[in-house]
Write a protein that binds this ligand. Sequence first.
Ligand code: IPE
Ligand code: MG
Length: 222
Amino acid sequence: MDGNGRWARERGFARIRGHEEGAESVRDAIAGCIEAGVEFLTLYAFSTENWRRPKAEVIALMKLLERFLKKRTPELMEKNVRLQAIGRLTDLPAACQRELHCSIEATAGNTALTLILALSYSGRLEIIDAIQSLLREIELGHIDKAMIDPETFSKHLYTRYYPDPDLLIRTSGEMRLSNFLLWQLSYTEIFVTSKLWPDFRKGDLLDAIRDYGNRQRRYGGI
Ligand code: IPE
Ligand code: MG
């Protein structure tokens, strides 16, 4: 979800206004996924690198997250959306963690869409955490070294309960992965749009999904 800051700057607003407007695009993305029958939506909301931003912006983003969770959980219930989160969640302020866990618990039985928020997320750290988890299992004698294959490895990632993404949408025209789902994106189709995230609305999402529908996925075959 890139481009919130630029969206605000173009209008002479403070950056946080861009993040607030971006939260509206999140609601649209959820609605669009439900309409299109998408079962899993992962939003890269905050990376471990984002902690390096000015303190005031980090605090404002965390407050926005807390408010979003509090205010939108009834809407998630109404839309039958199950909330999940990946990342180093214990890095988040306690109030955020509380709201997050409340919302995850409240929506646990919902079945229309699984919305996964990547928070204090880093693809490289996820891989390191998976290696640590595998090593523990090996030490405990639960698995044998020789058993480690891509499938076993995947079961130690934060995303072990979810399928790999079919489509990656990157807004604001940036042509990079920015440490997002490095393992999981191996065969994912990529859609880059120059639209800034606050301008990326339901119609844009449905266009991206239609575009994906015309792709030929060969997974290295012919
Ligand atoms: C993405 O928008 C939102 C978060 C990382 C939380 P940016 O804040 O990166 O917006 P730009 O890149 O400055 O336009
Ligand atoms: Mg950015």
